[in-house]
Ligand binder design. Structure first.
Ligand code: SAM
Length: 237
């Protein structure tokens, strides 16, 4: 086993999430392929069986406490990196329609190869989030956007909210400063059509403070947004 199974099971039990044998096999297969590739290419700094179980797998799967991912739901993982939280979320919810977006091609190439090998189906999209948000095939097409460790909430909102349908949700995986980030993102959320629905604290066995910020898309995003990358970083909303 490429991760500490007992540790994953303990965390999932605490989260009230069931897992079956096939899902364990697929999570193990993905972790194994990532561990191998990470030896020759820098894909993730999270390594070893304990960290893989908690920081990659349980943390990603904890997103299920924030939403009921119905079969056919369109989900986009913005800045997925080596596939987190998207890939574990897909393994646990095989009937979602998942897009894994990242601006780094080599990470997506790894994900695509690994998923093919495991017989798991997802779309990989090599694009910047702010470009995807301007593309009529992508804009306001998703039920959920999820994202971990990509940008501060005000910037991340400009990446994610344009991609979500009105009535859909954006789930931002954040640490101990969730409340501060929400305060800082108030203006961005007002402009982009988002409203904080709830903050869900997530307790995992490593003791780190984690919060899922669930933002409901309450109205359509004005056509001006997302702005070009340089403007977003120079003048965040
Ligand atoms: N979400 C993964 C995780 O938690 O393990 C990866 C986190 S990594 C620190 C941030 C990722 O976001 C990188 O892979 C980077 O290429 C991607 N990224 C940052 N800004 C982006 C943007 N504007 N559009 C698409 N991807 C972006």
């Amino acid at each position: 086993m490429n991760f500490n199974l007992d540790l994953l099971l303990e965390n999932l039990k605490n989260l009230n999430i069931d897992i079956n044998e096939r899902q364990i096999t697929l999570l193990d297969g993905y972790t194994g392929l990532l561990t191998e590739k990470n030896k020759v290419m820098n894909l993730t700094s999270i390594e070893g069986p304990d960290e893989s179980a908690v920081k990659h797998l349980a943390d990603s799967i904890s997103v299920m406490t924030a939403a009921d991912f119905k079969p056919g739901s369109k989900v986009i993982d913005v800045g997925t990196g080596a596939g987190f939280p998207g890939v574990p979320l897909l393994i646990m919810n095989p009937e979602i329609d998942l897009t894994l977006l990242d601006s780094t091609g080599k990470k997506l190439a790894f994900i695509s190869e690994a998923l093919d090998e495991l017989g798991v189906n997802a779309e990989t999209l090599h694009m910047r989030a702010e470009e995807a948000g301007k593309d009529s095939n992508r804009r306001e097409k998703y039920d959920y956007a999820v994202s971990r460790a990509v940008a501060s909430l005000n910037v991340l909102s400009e990446y994610c909210l344009p991609l979500i349908k009105t009535g859909g949700s954006f789930i931002a995986m954040k640490g101990p400063k969730a409340e501060d980030e929400i305060r800082e993102a108030e203006n961005a959320l007002n402009i982009l059509g988002g409203k904080v629905d709830k903050i869900i604290p997530v307790g995992l066995t490593d003791g780190a403070e984690r919060n899922l910020i669930v933002i409901k898309k309450t109205k359509s995003t004005p056509p001006k947004y997302p702005r070009p990358s340089a403007q977003i970083s120079k003048k965040p909303l």
